[in-house]
Design a protein around this ligand. Structure first.
Ligand code: COA
Length: 396
């Protein structure tokens, strides 16, 4: 049997608090249609002080991993641009919280919203190069923060994606070759002294579209495939309007029926993103999850994926859906219900939660008990160490 490598399982976690963007529009005296249509977002997740990228990623992976999978993962890649330590990889906290194999490499990766794609491609290479390796865990977790009252505020969000990458995967077989491009571009960055990103939003939009043009042309040239060979195309989604601009660019000269098919699948692929906001590096994979939950796609369908990380690196690649892939995923209503059950914050409560932060002078502090449903909590800091616990349990 031909060795195929790809995504075997997908897990997703997001905070249990959200802001309705109609409320934000009223508070910022903006027409709500600007947010809903102009930006293409309806709600955004808000991260409480007792959650961080570690607890989110642990929650996303915990829901998909069996005991035997935990025991045999030999590479844990944690992609984030919201790291909790300048030195230690967040992957190690997750390894301990979930009881993952210790005969494993564990590391953290960063390149803005491209990080999880870098992790996925490295996972592919690892499985290809090591016939004894069985599975790799790729985590992508972030909190997107631009700041109160900024233009980017409406494009915030938080959450994590966990991808289990294996041979003979049961969801998506990754295809080679892929097309990638990188350049030193200052469209979005976050200096070490800031909690909020600095972004030139308009310039970033231009770069996202320019890199899409370059990588799409390269992908077509390398694979001899064209738009019609793709059943759906999904995008990195910092806000859904940007993905829509990307789709319009790709389909500008496509026949009407092809445009309609790709637009329908784009809308299915952004149902969850509209409600969660920007996950930074997890956003493309939240879009994949959304597509797989809300669309009925034939086995073998080829999906094009456009990954973009400011700074900037982009990659256009594709994968083929495995027969029976839906059995690997929860029913869509179950995932929607998790979002429906989140607590809606007033703008005042969102602003308070947004401003909360852990001590930065090394003093001991406990976090407020805010998360009720999350399986893991950041309980505080002592002796300069972050303390995590299973919700309702002891510090670990
Ligand atoms: N009804 C419907 N649409 C409206 C509207 C209304 N009442 N008012 C404005 N709009 C539309 C605008 O026409 C515009 O659409 P377009 O992009 O198709 O031209 C869109 O809403 C945005 O409005 P605009 O005033 O141009 O932008 P802004 O100054 O509010 O900034 C972003 C928007 C996205 C640039 C800003 O939120 C941002 O910087 N976000 C961070 C994004 C980022 O950098 N991410 C990293 C990239 S990967």
């Amino acid at each position: 049997m031909k060795t195929e490598i790809g995504i075997d399982k997908i897990g997703f976690a997001t905070p249990e608090f959200y802001l309705d963007l109609a409320d934000l529009a009223a508070a910022r005296q903006v027409d709500p249609a600007k947010y809903r249509i102009g930006i293409g977002q309806d709600e955004m997740a808000v991260l409480p002080a007792d959650q961080d990228v570690v607890t989110l990623a642990a929650a996303a992976a915990d829901q998909i991993l069996t005991a035997s999978e935990r025991a045999t993962i030999d590479l844990i890649i944690f992609a984030t641009e919201s790291g909790v330590d300048q030195s230690k990889a967040a992957a190690l906290y997750v390894q301990r919280l979930l009881g993952l194999n210790t005969a494993a490499r564990a590391l953290e990766l960063k390149e803005a919203c491209y990080g999880a794609t870098a992790g996925l491609q490295l996972a592919y290479d690892h499985l290809l190069a090591h016939p004894d390796s069985q599975r790799v865990l790729v985590l992508g977790a972030d909190e997107a923060r631009y700041g109160l009252g900024t233009a980017g505020e409406v494009t915030q969000g938080a959450g994590a994606i966990a991808l289990l990458v294996t041979r003979q995967p049961r969801i998506l077989v990754l295809e080679q070759p892929t097309a990638y491009h990188s350049e030193d571009v200052m469209d979005f960055w976050r200096p070490n002294y800031r909690r909020e990103a600095l972004a030139d939003g308009k310039f970033s939009t231009e770069q996202y579209l320019r890199f899409l043009k370059l990588t799409w042309a390269d992908y077509q040239q390398k694979t001899q495939r064209h738009l019609n060979d793709l059943t759906a195309v999904i995008f990195h989604i910092p806000f859904t309007k940007l993905g829509l601009k990307g789709l319009r660019q790709l389909t500008a000269s496509a026949p009407n029926d092809l445009q309609t098919r790709l637009l329908t699948h784009f809308q299915q692929a952004t149902i969850l993103n509209r409600r969660v906001g920007n996950l930074y590096t997890g956003s493309l994979y939240l879009s994949l999850y959304s597509l797989l939950l809300f669309a009925e796609l034939p086995a073998g369908a080829r999906i094009g994926l456009y990954s973009y990380g400011s700074g900037a690196v982009a990659e256009f690649f594709s994968g083929r859906l495995v027969p029976g892939y839906a059995a690997q995923l929860p029913p869509a209503p179950e995932v929607s219900a998790v979002l429906d059950q989140r607590q809606r914050l007033s703008v005042a409560d969102y602003e308070t939660m947004f401003a909360q932060q852990l001590t930065t002078d090394g003093s001991t502090a406990a976090t407020p008990s805010q998360s009720v449903n999350a399986p893991f909590r950041l309980s505080g800091i002592s002796a300069h160490q972050r303390r995590y616990q299973k919700n309702g349990g002891q510090n670990q």
